[in-house]
Ligand binder design. Structure first.
Ligand SMILES: [Zn+2]
Length: 85
């Protein structure tokens, strides 16, 4: 998958609530793009951007949008596998 940063967050899979590992290739800290150095970063209110996770349990990729360190949207990236309600 190349180089990215890992995001330290308790955010779980929105589908089945399993713990997942979040990664980001696009994070902005204080208006500056954060380099992708495979660091483990904790979200804080100076961060914006996006992060992604793959859930092994329900085989779904998720994209999350981050604004001011908070997750504002999470949606499946694969249009074939929608959230089941
Ligand atoms: Zn899941």
């Amino acid at each position: 998958m190349g180089v990215f940063n890992t995001i330290k967050t308790d955010e779980k899979c929105p589908n089945c609530h399993q713990p997942v590992e979040w990664q980001s290739k696009r994070l902005i800290y204080d208006g500056i793009i954060v380099g992708n150095l495979m660091q483990a970063l904790t979200l804080n209110k100076r961060m914006d951007g996006e992060m992604h996770a793959y859930c092994d349990a329900c085989e779904t990729w998720f994209d999350a949008t981050i604004e001011k360190g908070k997750v504002v949207t999470i949606k499946p990236s694969n249009p074939i596998r929608r959230l089941q309600r």
